[in-house]
Design a protein around this ligand. Structure first.
Ligand code: FAD
Ligand code: NAI
Length: 471
């Protein structure tokens, strides 16, 4: 880029939000550049988030299953050994393949990729400190902030990514720790607890609230999930606050306080994972140079068309409002480019699925029972256990349930909550039903193939207005 060059759209940040917007803008015929400082595209999700964590989750599940769940299936194996180095290489291969693939897609769609750190000089010009050295200035008719988020630190505990880690360190440990304590029983905490516990660590999760799973998980599903994860060997301390930490000894010491009058105690562990949420990232972006403010949680303030108070500067993804999810960022990326190129775009925020990739998976969309109660919205419930689903039984993998919430008068679907095998795939059906305004009877009268796990979803829908057949 040279100082005189002007683009229709300049994007700061090449995570899911930024790179998808770049591809979409290229497809719309806009002259577009995407500035990313990391050295690879794909942001948190592809480099240190969704993708590497799912590689570790998939392969640790396989390892654990071979060790503990093969003999009863008539499969006798010899000595099973973990080669953590190769295990981590498999993760890196997935990451490299996908980040390179994204780079190719930008090129294919005519979007320029600039490796460097962008900051606002003024409302139309971005200074880029290039990764290879030197600086350039790029002008944009439109500018999109897509700088993402970072792990929220725990006060008083210095992150070294070796003994005190965020998710970034937790996906790259060089040995299986004997003991691990996880601060925060949200999605990162539980996914990482699953990985390391399956590989042999003794894992304790300390959660401030009375339930696990982070915001949004239905309480009944959360309780069922906790029971299942406990059976797998993960220990939970709920309603418990970490007060302070000490890294001066060989083991990291955490002082914890039971919120409801329990005894204070301390926990020693080889590794501590801090997983208490993520916060928007705008460091070094120069928002102060253009007078843009963030709210009390550091989020860039926008309107319903993703505009900041400077109308040609917009913002999407983790750095602004809404759930910090890759697919939410992707939907916004398409919508924001459509606003720029066509004047209209759309994201249905009531219909964004969540998936936790433990085993079994937990997935939900729409409102939880506690949400509906809090708003005094009437509802009826249909549930169906996987223990009554023929495929789950055949697979010897039948823990969990489907829970469907529907309007008692119109029968319209209000929410779907699943803990069970294949929940992350099954939630796509629920999301489509919710998006189309389906009734639970619409779902229940749709023919589902037999024997599939999705029949559990159909029968839970049936149970909201009639009796399920197999339970
Ligand atoms: P980011 O992915 O954070 O990308 C922002 C990019 O901007 C970064 O690459 C950063 O380097 C760059 N940047 C910042 N400032 C500048 C600057 N000034 N100049 C140039 N570049 C800059 N979500 C899911 O939906 N499913 C999952 O399974 C899932 N798993 C996750 C697992 C983990 C361990 C973590 C941490 C997150 C996970 N997430 C998951 C969340 C998901 O990663 C985020 O929601 C998603 O990455 C947000 O995309 P984004 O583009 O808004 O931000
Ligand atoms: P989170 O918000 O999901 O959970 C954080 C948990 O920590 C909450 O349950 C909270 O009550 C607890 N907590 C906060 N302070 C605490 C304290 N002092 N002591 C004990 N507990 C405390 O955040 P998390 O797990 O860090 O994940 C961040 C984001 O990343 C999530 O919002 C999620 O959107 C995204 N993500 C999504 C994944 C997916 O879709 N599968 C996977 C991983 C991350």
């Amino acid at each position: 880029a040279s100082a005189s060059e002007e683009k229709d759209l300049v994007i700061i940040g090449g995570g899911v939000a930024g790179y998808v917007a770049a591809i979409k803008a290229g497809q719309e015929g806009l002259k577009v550049a995407c500035i990313e400082k990391r050295g690879t595209l794909g942001g948190t999700c592809l480099n240190v988030g969704c993708i590497p964590s799912k590689s570790l989750l998939n392969n640790s599940h396989l390892y654990h299953q071979i060790l503990h769940d093969s003999k009863n299936r008539g499969i006798e194996v010899g000595e099973v050994k973990l080669n953590l180095e190769t295990f981590m290489k498999a993760k890196e291969t997935a990451v490299t393949g996908l980040t390179k693939g994204v780079e190719f897609l930008l090129k294919k769609n005519g979007a320029e990729y600039i490796k460097g750190t962008g900051s606002f000089i003024n409302e139309n010009e971005i200074k880029v400190e290039l990764n290879d050295g030197g600086e350039s200035v790029i002008r944009g008719k439109n500018i999109l902030i897509a700088t993402g988020s970072e792990a929220t630190p725990f006060p008083g505990l210095t992150i070294d990514e070796q003994r005190v880690v965020t998710s970034t360190g937790a996906i790259a440990l060089q040995k299986v720790p004997e003991t691990m304590t996880v601060i925060g029983g949200g999605i990162i905490g539980l996914e990482m607890a699953s990985v390391w516990s399956r590989l042999g660590a003794k894992v304790t999760v300390v959660e401030f609230l009375g339930q696990i799973g982070g915001p949004g998980m239905d309480t009944e599903i959360s309780k069922a999930t906790q029971r299942i994860l406990k059976k797998q060997g993960i220990e939970f301390k709920l309603n418990t606050k970490v007060v302070s930490g000490d890294t001066s000894s060989e083991l990291v010491k955490l002082d914890v306080d039971a919120a409801k009058g329990g005894k204070p105690e301390s926990i020693d562990s080889e590794v501590v994972l801090v997983a208490i949420g993520r916060r928007p990232y705008t460091q070094g972006l120069g928002l102060e140079n253009i007078g843009l403010e963030t709210d009390e949680r550091g989020r860039v303030i926008i309107d319903s068309e993703y505009r900041t108070k400077i109308p040609h500067i917009r913002c999407i993804g983790d750095v602004t409002f809404g759930p910090m999810l890759a697919h939410k960022a992707e939907e916004e990326a398409v919508a924001v480019v459509e606003y720029i190129s066509k004047g209209h775009g759309h994201v249905n925020y009531g219909c964004i699925p969540s998936v936790m990739y433990t085993h079994p998976e937990v997935a939900w969309v729409g409102q939880s029972e506690q949400d509906l109660k809090a708003q005094n919205i009437p509802y009826k419930i249909g549930t169906f256990p996987f223990s009554a689903n023929s495929r789950a039984k055949t697979n010897l993998d039948s823990e969990g349930l489907v829970k469907i919430l529907a309007d008692p008068e119109t029968d319209r679907l209000l929410g779907a909550h699943i803990v069970g095998p294949g929940a992350g795939e099954m939630i796509a059906e629920a999301t489509l039903a919710l998006e189309y305004g389906a009734s639970s009877e619409d779902i229940a009268r749709t023919c589902h193939a037999h024997p599939t796990l999705a029949e559990a979803f159909k029968e839970a829908a049936m149970a909201t207005y009639d009796k399920a057949i197999h339970f």
